[in-house]
Design a protein. Structure first.
Length: 69
């Protein structure tokens, strides 16, 4: 099993790092860097599901944090 890390960036995208494929419902692969990719959370990216930085332009506000155990 490979290690995959998904980081929830404050007011920004989900950052995915590790060996992972990103595919659509039909199984078609999205092109992305081998180093990782960022998934849009704000809904305004013109390159969905990938982030294009639109969260900054639209002042996306979601400072999501994991619960402290």
């Amino acid at each position: 099993m490979t290690d995959v890390k998904i980081t929830v960036n404050p007011n920004g995208p989900y950052r995915v790092q590790g060996k992972v494929e990103l595919v659509d419902k039909a199984g078609n692969r999205f092109a992305h860097s081998e180093e990782g990719f960022s998934l849009c959370r704000c809904g305004h990216s013109s390159n969905k599901p990938l982030c294009d930085g639109s969260h900054g332009r639209v002042a996306f506000d979601a400072d999501t944090k994991a619960p402290v155990r």
